[in-house]
Design a protein around this ligand. Structure first.
Ligand code: FAD
Length: 420
């Protein structure tokens, strides 16, 4: 576990060394960028009802709570954008005051509804993702529902070797009231054993399904690493890294480690493709100098990734005979993951769960929903909403912090096993 991983990261175009080299060149830059005004504030509804099952309420630990921000302190341009949305509904050109925001065809994620009066602004620097104590049945039920979205009808019907998916792909049926989802830990472990075996059988499972699994598992790894890196020790009352937590959750599972590198590679590829878009994007922080500084910081960040070849080949996806239906299923399942976030029973976990699924959804949209020429602000100004941009970069920052924490845990592990 103390050794650096070597070789190709499966289903990407790069090896571990390339990712670590990008990480070395970008970590300080992404950390600095996240302090910029544009990226500090995220707007969302934290209290939407779980659409899939009756929730037993939110975790009441102090560490689960989110501090919200007074909206009047924020640039008036952001508030005006929301008011503008009142006149132009996102689902069409007619005024639809009572219609809940749905999706653009290209969206991989549930978008926050600008008309929703329950949305709040959160200062992300004041609400870091870390150990909250949220665990047990509620958390496993959510993870199980998320991984169940990895069961694709179109693929699994063709591949008879996926009995678990056939048996457990009932999340959607449950949503329409057909069957209660089993929620115990044993069911989750059985499902995961089946899914985790798939990426190692590339001849049996299509690339799209493997990519989907790796992305979710990479996100899960990143969340676990943050929990272990900022862990609360109940005995000492101190916060700090917990090596045993890391060893148990990640260190003894090389595929989970690989999947976080995979997710990093996919997200950085999406960000790199947006270089032209951000050269024109109006950040509207209320201060022109701050807008230019933010633009320059993003330019500097993307420039640092140019030394390496593209990390992920999005063109290799959705090429088979059933590409169109597979694409729609992939997108719809990911949308469901963003809806499942309303079932997370801990405010802080829900906040970061929503940000990171929105960030991954934005990356998928950039990679798969548009041709290159539509990735420019001048030709496609509504490509990404402000919240998607904030989420995309914050997600990249979370992954970068996780890679940084992995180095720290390697050092701690070496110290532990070193002879006295
Ligand atoms: P879990 O992490 O709950 O995992 C359940 C099972 O999934 C494991 O037994 C294993 O079989 C499998 N598994 C674990 N990791 C992977 C992986 N990377 N790839 C594939 N399979 C895997 N808790 C906090 O303290 N702070 C947070 O900010 C936080 N955010 C959360 C966000 C979401 C969206 C969710 C659903 C939960 C969050 N939690 C958070 C709870 C946390 O993720 C764990 O569920 C909790 O700590 C219990 O951990 P566990 O050891 O039981 O395993």
């Amino acid at each position: 576990m103390a050794d650096r991983p070597l070789g190709q990261i499966k289903d990407t175009c790069c090896d571990y060394q390339s990712v670590e080299s990008i990480q070395g060149d970008t970590f300080a830059k992404i950390q600095e960028l996240m302090k910029a005004r544009f990226f500090r504030y995220y707007k969302l509804n934290l209290w939407r009802e779980c659409p899939f099952w009756n929730d037993n309420g939110l975790c009441m630990n102090r560490d689960c709570a989110v501090e919200t921000t007074d909206e009047s302190l924020l640039p008036k341009e952001w508030r005006q954008d929301a008011l503008g949305a009142l006149k132009m509904s996102p689902v069409g050109s007619t005024f639809q005051p009572f219609k809940v925001c749905t999706y653009k065809d290209q969206d991989f994620c549930l978008q926050e509804d600008p008309l929703d009066s329950d949305t709040v602004y959160v200062n992300l620097l004041d609400n870091p993702e870390r150990f909250t104590g949220y665990s047990g049945e509620s958390a496993w039920k959510v993870w199980k529902a998320i991984y169940e979205e990895n069961c694709f009808n179109i693929v699994d019907k063709m591949a008879e070797g996926c009995p678990t998916c056939a048996a457990t792909n009932q999340h959607e049926s449950q949503a329409i009231g057909l069957a209660p989802a089993p929620s115990n830990k044993a069911d989750l472990d059985t499902l995961l054993k089946d899914l985790a075996a798939h990426p190692d059988n590339p001849n049996e499972v299509c690339l799209e399904k493997r990519v989907y699994y790796r992305l979710i598992s990479g996100l899960h790894s990143s969340i676990s690493i943050h929990i272990c890196d900022e862990h609360f020790d109940r005995t000492t009352g101190n916060w700090g890294p917990d090596l045993q937590c890391f060893v148990n959750r990640i260190g003894v599972h090389p595929e989970r480690l690989q999947n976080i590198y995979f997710t990093y590679a996919l997200v950085i590829r999406a960000i790199a493709k947006l270089e032209e878009y951000f050269s024109e994007y109006p950040f509207k922080t209320g201060d022109n100098a701050e807008d230019s500084r933010t633009r320059e910081m993003i330019h500097g960040l993307i420039k640092s990734t140019r030394e390496c070849p593209p990390t992920f080949d999005e063109k290799s996806m959705f090429k088979s005979d059933n590409a169109k239906s597979l694409y729609v299923e992939f997108r719809d399942h990911f949308r469901n993951v963003s809806r499942i976030m309303d079932c997370v029973g801990c405010e802080k976990c829900r906040l970061w769960g929503k940000i990171q699924t929105t960030g991954l959804g934005a990356a998928l949209k950039v990679l798969f929903a548009y041709e290159e020429q539509s990735l420019k602000y001048s030709t496609n100004p509504s490509l990404l909403q402000r919240g998607e941009i904030v989420a995309l970069f914050n997600t990249f920052n979370r992954l970068s912090e996780s890679l940084e924490a992995i180095q720290k845990f390697r050092r701690l592990y070496s110290d532990r096993i070193a002879p006295p």
